[in-house]
Write a protein that binds this ligand. Structure first.
Ligand code: AHR
Length: 323
């Protein structure tokens, strides 16, 4: 008898899944969200994880975080584990842009909605995810490039670029936006570009090799796809006897406390903000979706504001304990 009841329950569940119908559609039970996080490659990433935990706690959500150590295969394993646990939703910060369709299809078949955080994916089927909370990463690159073009004026400027993780949406798009912006000024040219994988250590090595290859004095500006890599590049420049922030212009992305400190000390020139509070808006749209069943906006865009040294000391004070 017990066996029959269990079999009936399994059959009902299977049917629900086959219909792609979603779970956790009502009631007062605590929402369970599995979050496949990339890792802790940068100060920004650590802040995003911390803020996700705080946002979950404030909303009474059971958040399960899996750290992928920057490997897509670990993310895919984690998503499969979340599906097996029967979570109510999965959040993913996708390390690279491609290769997600089959695991997302498994989530869809299991009736588990997926929300992308801070990075986007390339897919032929956008119905595989419910929504994406991200900035416009092309715009970030454009804001950085526009600032540089305006700042150098008519002067010739040889730029070195330190890219983020190869194949990740912010690396692809921040490059695209910056290239578009500097295309308007023939005096501003990227002379070297290489990936620093969004980490300080790798970026420092990359910058050392740029300095060696270019002869320090040939470099007019450094564009790094995140602030952590710029901090690594600043260290390399200082060790080589260069004067970042004065002799070599810097522009990067994230607006983390350390870059404001560098700006306040005259070692950096500009940053474009990327908020680490990605999970908060994602929880809110998920809760509304579970409550009303109405599809949320496919893209929740976070702002991309430029910050300069004039507000750096105040911004550092305001942010240092938040991150
Ligand atoms: O996807 C967002 C990027 O990833 C941040 O700019 C960077 O710091 C992080 O590693």
């Amino acid at each position: 008898m017990r066996f029959l009841a269990k079999a009936a329950a399994v059959a009902a569940l299977t049917l629900l899944s086959a219909c792609g119908e979603e779970k956790g559609g009502g009631g007062d039970a605590k929402l369970v969200v599995g979050f496949s996080q990339i890792g802790s490659e940068s100060g920004w990433r650590a802040a995003e994880t911390k803020m996700a935990q705080q946002a979950a706690q404030q909303r009474g959500i059971d958040l399960r975080i899996s750290d992928a150590q920057q490997r897509q295969e670990n993310q895919i394993k984690a998503i499969r584990a979340f599906i097996a646990q029967g979570v109510d939703a999965v959040f993913i910060a996708p390390v690279v842009a491609t290769g997600w369709d089959s695991v997302l299809r498994e989530a869809k078949t299991a009736g588990i909605p997926v929300v992308l955080l801070d990075r986007t994916i390339e897919t032929s089927d956008p119905s595989l995810y419910l929504s994406a909370v991200t900035s416009d990463t092309v715009l970030e690159g454009r804001v950085a490039g526009d600032w540089l073009v305006k700042t150098v004026g008519a002067k010739d400027c040889r730029v070195v670029e330190i890219q983020g993780t190869v194949g990740s949406s912010p690396a692809i798009n921040r490059k695209k936006g910056f290239d578009e912006a500097i295309a308007k000024a023939s005096n501003v040219q990227i002379v070297r570009t290489q990936s620093g994988d969004f980490t300080r250590t790798k970026a420092k090595e990359v910058m050392e090799s740029f300095i060696k290859a270019e002869g320090g004095k040939g470099i007019c500006a450094v564009y790094a796809h995140n602030d952590d890599m710029m901090i690594g590049a600043i260290q390399a420049m200082k060790e080589a006897g260069l004067d970042p922030g004065q002799q070599v212009l810097t522009v990067s992305i994230d607006a983390v406390p350390d870059i404001f400190k560098a700006m306040a000390e005259g070692d950096a020139n500009a940053t474009v903000e990327l908020t680490p509070d990605m999970a908060g808006p994602a929880f809110d749209l998920l809760v509304a979706y579970k409550r009303d069943g109405k599809a949320p906006a496919k893209w929740v865009q976070t702002p991309s504001k430029l910050f300069l040294p004039d507000t750096a000391a105040a911004e550092y004070e305001r942010r240092k304990d938040l991150y």
